[in-house]
Design a protein around this ligand. Structure first.
Ligand code: AMP
Length: 314
């Protein structure tokens, strides 16, 4: 199997109570690709500006990520500035500059178009839709977005959500999208869009990210949740959601040729996603994940199984 991802490729300026970085490699597509590269070949689609460093491309290539569809355009790379207070579950966006994304026209290579699995990482929904249309053979398509686009490009976002299998959002974004008060009611509302008699079309599963509290999976058949891996030290949550998505979608891509998309498979994918995201937050930006090993991931997945297991009568 192979995975194609479109999303922001960025430079981030981030301040947390534990330090700051003025310009570090970031972006939803980058965090996703680094995580998913532990499971399958990833093709990244998106523009970079003439300020984007060759060493940052090498960071992706060193994990065997295909950057052939990363297009260099005249202008600035996407830039995001954010700040976290002591509550690392919420952050303030201080600046978002689309840069070369404003003019980007995705034209995918045949290899990227032929992907089995597609991830529409966080970026303008209109761009997500144009990539979705080109990857018409994908067997599994997931999408992430954020408040910025739910507010600013709602109609386009609803249109692209109608074309995917899986929606990955945090719980506040799910409430914002549906105007429903609880996570479960919001997820059920979105799942109802996917019913045959609904004009909009919609996903058949929802992954609700809940920061340090973990994540939940809601399907028409059921509900599954895992806590966040219990870390004593969290330095920078930036990219945790995309790293989570990379673990989730990557694990599915690696298994889809030999397994059906069962709830059992999805639960294991949630465990890998949780493990990956927990490494991401231990250091700034991509710093920890670029040094990660498959053995470390496997060990953390085993620990998660231990801490979430219980036995005996209810
Ligand atoms: P996460 O912490 O997983 O939500 O992802 C943070 C990443 O998303 C950062 O590396 C940013 O570069 C990127 N980002 C922030 N705002 C936006 C936006 N409006 N559109 C696309 N990507 C964004």
């Amino acid at each position: 199997m192979s995975i194609t991802v479109v999303g922001s490729i960025a430079y981030d300026a981030v301040t947390t109570p534990f330090g700051k970085r003025e310009r570090m490699l970031g972006g939803a597509a980058v965090h996703f690709a680094l995580a998913a590269s532990f499971y399958d070949r990833v093709h990244v689609v998106g523009p970079i500006g003439d300020d984007f460093g060759e060493t940052d491309l090498d960071t992706m290539r060193s994990r065997d990520i295909d950057t052939a569809d990363v297009e260099r355009l005249a202008g600035d790379t996407f830039f995001w500035r954010g700040e976290y207070g002591w509550d690392l579950n919420s952050r303030e966006t201080l600046d978002t500059r689309l840069g070369v994304f404003a003019e980007f026209e995705p034209k995918l290579s045949e290899t990227s178009r032929a992907c089995d699995v597609l991830f529409l990482a966080n970026i303008q929904p209109e761009l997500q839709l144009r990539v979705r249309e080109q990857c018409d053979r994908a067997r599994f398509v997931a999408l992430d977005s954020m408040n910025f686009w739910i507010e600013g490009a709602r109609e386009e976002l609803l249109r692209v959500i109608g074309t995917v299998d899986c929606l990955v959002l945090n719980d506040a974004e799910l409430r914002q999208l549906t105007a429903k008060p609880s996570l479960v009611s919001a997820a059920r509302e979105i799942l109802s869009w996917g019913s045959p008699d609904h004009p909009r079309g919609g996903p058949r599963m929802i992954v609700a990210k809940q920061g340090e509290y973990g994540a939940a999976l809601i399907t028409p058949e059921g509900f599954f949740a895992l806590p966040g891996y219990p870390l004593e030290t969290v330095i920078d949550p930036t990219g945790a959601g995309d790293t989570f998505a990379g673990g989730f979608v990557g694990y599915i891509a690696a298994r889809l040729h030999e397994e059906d998309l069962s709830d059992e498979l999805l639960r294991r994918a949630m465990a890998h996603a949780t493990a990956l995201a927990s490494f991401n937050v231990e250091e700034f930006g991509t710093e920890r994940v670029t040094r990660l090993t498959a053995e470390e991931i496997a060990a953390r997945v085993r620990e998660l199984r231990e801490i979430t297991h219980f036995s005996g009568d209810a």
